[in-house]
Design a protein around this ligand. Sequence first.
Ligand SMILES: *[C@@H]1O[C@H](CO)[C@@H](O)[C@H](O)[C@H]1NC(C)=O
Ligand SMILES: *[C@@H]1O[C@H](CO)[C@@H](O)[C@H](O)[C@H]1NC(C)=O
Ligand SMILES: *[C@@H]1O[C@H](CO)[C@@H](O)[C@H](O)[C@H]1NC(C)=O
Ligand SMILES: *[C@@H]1O[C@H](CO)[C@@H](O)[C@H](O)[C@H]1NC(C)=O
Ligand SMILES: *[C@@H]1O[C@H](CO)[C@@H](O)[C@H](O)[C@H]1NC(C)=O
Ligand SMILES: *[C@@H]1O[C@H](CO)[C@@H](O)[C@H](O)[C@H]1NC(C)=O
Ligand SMILES: *[C@@H]1O[C@H](CO)[C@@H](O)[C@H](O)[C@H]1NC(C)=O
Ligand SMILES: *[C@@H]1O[C@H](CO)[C@@H](O)[C@H](O)[C@H]1NC(C)=O
Ligand SMILES: *[C@@H]1O[C@H](CO)[C@@H](O)[C@H](O)[C@H]1NC(C)=O
Length: 872
Amino acid sequence: MGRTVVQITFIIFLLVLASTQPNKDDWDIYSFHINSTVTSRYATTVITSRVANRMNESKEIEFHVQIPKNAFISKFRMFIDGQVYDGVVKAKEQAQQQYTEAVSRGESAGLVSSVGRTLEEFKTSVTVAAHKKVTFELTYEELMKRTHGKYELQIHARPTQPVSDFKVDVYIHEEAGISFINVKGGLSTNALANAITKTHADKQAWVYFYPTVDQQKMCDSCGDQGMNGDLVIVYDVNRDNGLGHIKKSDGYFVHHFAPSDLPRIPKNVVFVIDQSGSMEGRKIEQTRTALIHILNDLAEDDHFGLITFDGIISYWKRELVQANSKNLESAKNFARNIQDRGSTNINEAVLQGARMLNAHNREGSASILILLTDGDPTSGVTNLEKIQSNVRQAIAGKFPLYCLGFGFDVDFNFLEKMSLQNNGVARRIYEDSDADLQLKGFYEEVATPLLTDVTMIYVGATNLTQTNFSQYYNGSEIVVAGEITDNNIETFTPQVVAISSNRRIMFSNPNETVESTGTVSDDRIQRVWAYLTVKQLLDKELQLSETEKEKVKKEALELSLRYSFVTPLTSMVVTKPPGENTDVLHKPKEGETPQRRHFTGVPVNRRTRIQHVPVHGTGMAKFKHAPVNPPRHQAPVRVLKKNTRGPAPRVRVRIAANVPQATDVPLLHRFLINTENQTVPLCFDVSGSLQLKLLHHPSEELFVNGELDSVVNGGFNSIFIHFQTDHHVEIDSRGVTVREGQTVAHHTGQDTITAGSVTVVVHNKKIHVTAGKMRLVILVHEKNGNKFLWPVLKKHRSANDSEGLLAVKPAVYEVVQQVPVTKLKIKNQEIDVTSDNATDYSVDPPVTKNCWLMSADSALQRPLADFSVAQL
Ligand SMILES: *[C@@H]1O[C@H](CO)[C@@H](O)[C@H](O)[C@H]1NC(C)=O
Ligand SMILES: *[C@@H]1O[C@H](CO)[C@@H](O)[C@H](O)[C@H]1NC(C)=O
Ligand SMILES: *[C@@H]1O[C@H](CO)[C@@H](O)[C@H](O)[C@H]1NC(C)=O
Ligand SMILES: *[C@@H]1O[C@H](CO)[C@@H](O)[C@H](O)[C@H]1NC(C)=O
Ligand SMILES: *[C@@H]1O[C@H](CO)[C@@H](O)[C@H](O)[C@H]1NC(C)=O
Ligand SMILES: *[C@@H]1O[C@H](CO)[C@@H](O)[C@H](O)[C@H]1NC(C)=O
Ligand SMILES: *[C@@H]1O[C@H](CO)[C@@H](O)[C@H](O)[C@H]1NC(C)=O
Ligand SMILES: *[C@@H]1O[C@H](CO)[C@@H](O)[C@H](O)[C@H]1NC(C)=O
Ligand SMILES: *[C@@H]1O[C@H](CO)[C@@H](O)[C@H](O)[C@H]1NC(C)=O
């Protein structure tokens, strides 16, 4: 039975794809080239796709590729009928303003979005006349980062159809000499392995990948739609063990410093591990596994500490101890017994970690603090700025703090800012089967400190990128770029001063002349400088307060514009023939579309956005809803009277800006119901400002109700929680109101609020509610300046005797008929459905999903009236 259903799902999925994919007969990608040139670890990649409209009528032709997150797009053009249409990089605000209309139509926003761990996608389309051709050309640039002793150039190829002239050309030129080069990735396996040619000659290497049409259909994850996968070029350069490599050109230099023959420095490392309730299940298991591996890798002269935390801090030992076998055994035992429980006191945990490192003698060693967490702070100090300032004070620049954010419930910005403020970096750990390997991989990057207090000095240079580095690890690399004053190589003197164990050492190499690119003028070194400067300014901006940000932002913006980089501050306006919609593309923020993290490579069509995403088995339905009516039907001022349980009814006034008076058409709110194991969720509409039962658990005396917004077609305008007769919490987008007996207290701003055993932690865009065993996160979304709430149930004791929308079980259905109307079978009942879209507001930012639309009663398998409540 299960199998049949799965097969049917798959067939349906293909049918849906087939009916919505651009028809292959309509247009033909007759040539697809990817050309990557790498010099001094700076890769410039050009993707060229040539497409012909084979039809008698004009057709919309799409260009859709995926590029590394770390890269900046620097050019995009289209050639149509002898005309060139060059994209223009503009300040983001300016681009947005200019094209607000397009943006509000939803045509232009998010043309670039994150996909998976390392990629983001670029998408645009253009209408091409009958029998005409179009050439798309996209250029992006990236400085490769050395980790684990190698560089990796990732090339993603998914042309969406087999292409007769398909080529990937990679050319690498490294003055230091290439020590090894390998080709990895899904496209280097099986039938495709034969399509790769690799040539390696000292300073240069070439990789050609020319698969035939047949080969393009035969590889893993390839099919009738051609290839879909990565080619990853892995290489390293020869190391001299002095000052490293300096390359200069046109008045700019870039210095790569990565000595490897130094002795390792003993390290002091403290692991601060989140064991709060949300780590439950696989996450905590993987953390234990990774921790045990990591402990096994510690060297005997290392010292270490282990702290686990939820609301309470647990120490394995109060002080750092030596990593001898006896201590390691005991620590591993401790690690095996880490259990999930309770809330998240990040502040106290990190401060205790810092205290342990501060108390330990750091002379001749390298100290490292590693925090692993999967959520926002929910106990102790919860104000994010306060935590950051406490941590900064406790660490005082003495050692780096690395923050590992597990999954997508973490406020990654917060972790990133906290790491950067303390000489570290933040890394996301993706919830997946290999999470333990990701954790271990990160640890290995910092496992072997070779130098501390590294100062890079360049006499005769200016406009330098970062020159001070608290630690240097084996397998990594320090890169500094700058401008040579007056382009005078004579006075330009690079030098590195650092501490190796207890010795102060200096690297300088007066004998070696600085290598120059010769007579050929090459702006690439200057672009490396610009790339690095912009990246570092963006990091710096993140750490600064609002008032200090402006200057740094301005500088980063100017450079982005000058070098035509699409960065988080700029956008590319895609120029098209007259009469077509303008596309404005922005660079997405890290982790902006969490849904896509499981992207399995099934082509996603622009028109339907079918997402092939495993449904999360929380056992709870997730509710989302889609905008149906545009907000122009709003009354400008709306007064709602509410009969709350408090002493007096409250009056709420909402002012919606700038909208003409209109008849009050009821708004439609669209909800999504996840499915047990189908790809496409169900959805249904609810009209008006209903008061809904979200979660009722009479035996626990827990009641959560919500009122749908009647002003914007967003989610809820308020959510009420009643717990154990006496505690009443009302949450709306402006604050939290607590009623206990006759006492009423209002709270606004970031705060932690308790009412009996109900705890509400308010962050900027997220509100955590804990009541007994229930954990609820209320996301605060914003649309057209109006805020609305969306509840997401994270944990509950049993869904068994709970009622309400949040307790609805994932749907189980089969598709029993496709034409003339689609019919789904749910519990022996056949229901007519239509394919539609819904916005999933249970994630931040929201994403649009394809869904099967039906009536609320059918989707819920009981009357919607059962979910309405008379009183909030
Ligand atoms: C869902 O998948 C599981 C295992 O993959 C299977 O046991 C179960 O029967 C499936 N349920 C439905 C409704 O297809
Ligand atoms: C790839 O790009 C480089 C630099 O623009 C150019 O010199 C080279 O000819 C291109 N290679 C191919 C195969 O197009
Ligand atoms: C294109 O037009 C020609 C002549 O008008 C016609 O014979 C042919 O069938 C058309 N082809 C398509 C694919 O419509
Ligand atoms: C650093 O890495 C290199 C090459 O990966 C290795 O040969 C060397 O032994 C490492 N140094 C230490 C101290 O582990
Ligand atoms: C580079 O430095 C010079 C002088 O130090 C300064 O005038 C110039 O503005 C700097 N350029 C940039 C792009 O920061
Ligand atoms: C870099 O370190 C040196 C010496 O440790 C110090 O004098 C200098 O101020 C530091 N520079 C920056 C920008 O922090
Ligand atoms: C520099 O050159 C001198 C003389 O040629 C030589 O003795 C010395 O070892 C060289 N130093 C380095 C660091 O290569
Ligand atoms: C779903 O959204 C896509 C754009 O993402 C749009 O092209 C399509 O028409 C929508 N489908 C429906 C039924 O509204
Ligand atoms: C659900 O309820 C039934 C009957 O009340 C009980 O037997 C079962 O153990 C419950 N399941 C869970 C997961 O609580």
